[in-house]
Design a protein around this ligand. Structure first.
Ligand SMILES: Nc1ncnc2c1ncn2[C@@H]1O[C@H](COP(=O)(O)OP(=O)(O)O)[C@@H](O)[C@H]1O
Ligand SMILES: [Mg+2]
Length: 584
């Protein structure tokens, strides 16, 4: 075997494997180049999620014809004038994006520097296909046609135009968040889908690009230590989401997905949000270039910190401090009426009417399963109320609540602890199973249909599943490009919070494989739904509510495990309690 140097177009194609994975990665390189060129306006135009065409036009410095020819060569860059890679302040520096893209698509570059004529160069899958004068305003316009059209092995890994579009939008969103001083616009298949002007400051820009409700449900972060600055906004713990996609992280103005940072966020919010939920944050970390290496990943989305422990500590304390100052503020969403949560499905006989608990909560004796609905004002039993007699329920009688998360119950033979959230999720899953086995889950129409605003890809995903969601009792309709209309929610959830539910289901759809049906994902869908019509950890329960939960658990198969296989309750035998006190 003899060694030979690979021809340039093959080298580029190999590099393209790392840099250009899908339309969104090509788009990212092009928008970064426009930012590096000092653009103040960037217009992105996509066709079929970028799989057919990606166009990026900017009003930046432009390139001369000679520079343009060079730019299309591998490792040609204008961005490392003094070869100091450690001090790089631009988004690009590797000089491989343009030649890589040009090796796997038809690339048209048009550019004009102020006071000169414009020039065009076309490279088709690695081969120069033409050049000449071009008429355009000062700046650069780059078009990528038919990405991977001649590389079938790569083309077949592209997902639907809808998913590719969602990834493209995510790229622009993150870069637009990093640079509120630049105006951005996105057009997809002939429709304007994103537009932000340069007048907004950072918090307004973040809110405009994510969830408008975030502005009311977040605290500003502003913290520095040893020349390292942490800024941005942090969502309140109660404004959490089911997936981590809503965490936007930037290091020295560069969007990153960094495990250390994600872990630090998790640490900062630990104990404030449930383990399976995620905070919403936009964090901007600025530090001296000597403290961070940005050249560890071809797509430049990962970084390496010189002192990871310092960074982690800074983020945890910065976030904690900001959240502490926010103190008791809670999420601005309609509260769920607890009394509606425990559904009067026929279960075991209601508890005997002799309970002090239920007496405290209202007229038990004459309102059979409606003992589940305490009258307004009825709250937890006063601490001095006479303790009720234990009865022969396997899970016992509720005696109180610990950490707003666990129910403590007394059974004849021991002490029972119940994880209220896990238990309720399980009950909802079992109810859904039963209802789905018999066809579909009953819906409860909303008096006033609720409009839920979401981004367009999220609406597309939900719309594609409208029929399936209907089987689960959730009746949705598309309501314009960026909203869904909720007409009915699953009756077995009681008064669910429709907006929160729809937002989480959209996240859920984004996270799982498109080929699975919702029924195949029953556990997840039910868990997501249960979260929104259920007793969450952290909610204070009235004694009647606790007892209703215990009784329903006794009557429900498989209620001893939560949907993730963890126990929903544990029992400490009375004999063991006695042993603890050396009574035996
Ligand atoms: N939109 C643009 N405006 C001006 N110059 C550009 C633009 N896009 C690319 N260039 C030039 O082409 C060079 C090569 O770009 P690229 O392959 O992305 O490598 P890098 O960004 O790492 O330098 C850049 O260094 C820059 O000089
Ligand atoms: Mg670049």
């Amino acid at each position: 075997m003899s060694i030979r140097r690979l021809p340039e177009h093959l080298v580029n194609r190999i590099a393209a494997g790392e840099v250009v994975e899908r339309p969104a990665s090509a788009l990212k390189e092009l928008v970064e180049n426009a930012l590096d060129a000092g653009a103040t306006r960037i217009a992105v135009t996509l066709a079929a999620g970028g799989t057919e065409r990606i166009e990026v036009a900017d009003d930046g410095c432009g390139m001369t014809p000679a520079d343009m020819a060079l730019a299309l060569e591998r490792h040609a860059t204008s961005k490392l004038p003094d070869e100091a890679i450690e001090a790089v302040a631009t988004l690009g520096f590797r000089g491989e994006a343009l030649p890589s893209i040009a090796s796997v698509a038809r690339l048209t570059v048009e550019s004009r520097v102020r006071g000169a004529d414009g020039w065009r160069r076309v490279v088709d899958n690695g081969m120069l296909a033409g050049e000449g004068l071009a008429a355009l305003p000062p700046g650069t316009r780059i078009v990528v046609d038919g990405l991977f059209a001649r590389v079938p092995a790569r083309r077949k890994f592209l997902r639907s135009a809808r998913s590719e579009y969602a990834a493209c939008l995510d790229v622009v969103r993150r870069l637009a968040m990093a640079r509120p001083d630049v105006a951005f616009a996105v057009e997809h298949d002939g429709r304007r889908t994103l537009s932000v002007s340069a007048e907004e400051g950072r918090p307004a820009r973040v809110a405009a690009l994510t969830d408008r409700a975030l502005a009311d449900n977040a605290v500003p972060i502003d913290w520095d230590r040893e020349g390292i600055v942490l800024g941005g906004i942090a969502g309140l713990p109660t404004f959490n989401r089911g997936v981590a996609d809503h965490q936007y992280l930037f290091v020295n103005g560069r969007p990153v997905r960094d495990r250390l940072l994600i872990g630090a966020i998790r640490g900062a919010y630990a104990e404030m949000i449930p383990r399976d939920r995620h905070a919403v944050v936009a964090l901007f970390l600025d530090l001296p270039p000597s403290e961070v290496d940005v050249n560890v990943h071809p797509a430049k989305t990962e970084v390496r910190f010189r002192d990871p422990a310092l960074i982690r500590g800074l983020i945890v304390s910065g976030l904690r401090r900001a959240l502490d100052e926010a103190g008791h503020r809670v999420v601005q969403r309609p509260a769920v009426d607890l009394s509606a949560l425990f559904h009067p499905e026929p279960i075991a006989e209601p508890a005997p009417p002799a309970f002090a608990f239920e007496r405290a909560a209202g007229s038990v004796a004459d309102r059979r399963p409606t003992f589940l609905t305490p009258p307004p004002g009825a709250r937890a039993e006063p601490a001095w109320a006479p303790p009720p007699e234990p009865v022969a329920h396997p899970l016992g009688v509720a005696r109180g609540q610990v950490a707003k998360t666990y129910i403590v119950a007394e059974a004849e033979d021991g002490l029972v602890l119940v994880d209220q959230h896990a238990a309720h999720e399980r009950l909802v899953l079992e109810r859904m199973r039963r209802a789905l086995a018999g066809g579909r889950v009953a819906s409860q129409a909303l008096l006033i249909p609720e409009v839920v605003e979401l981004d367009e890809p999220a609406c597309d995903r939900l719309e594609a599943r409208v029929e399936e969601l209907g089987e689960f009792g959730l009746v949705l309709e598309r309501f314009g490009a960026g909203a869904m209309l909720v007409r009915a929610t699953p009756a077995l959830l009681g008064q669910a919070d429709p907006a929160g539910l729809v937002v989480d289901l959209a996240d859920e759809l984004a996270a799982f494989d498109q080929t699975l049906s919702l029924r195949e994902r029953l556990d997840h869908v039910a868990a997501t739904m249960a979260c929104h019509g259920s007793v969450r950890a952290g909610r204070i329960l009235a004694p009647a509510e606790m007892n209703a939960l215990l009784r329903e658990m006794e009557a429900t198969p498989h209620s001893g495990q939560c949907n993730h296989g963890r126990p929903t309750w544990v029992k400490l035998a009375m004999a063991d309690v006695e042993r603890l006190f050396a009574r035996r």
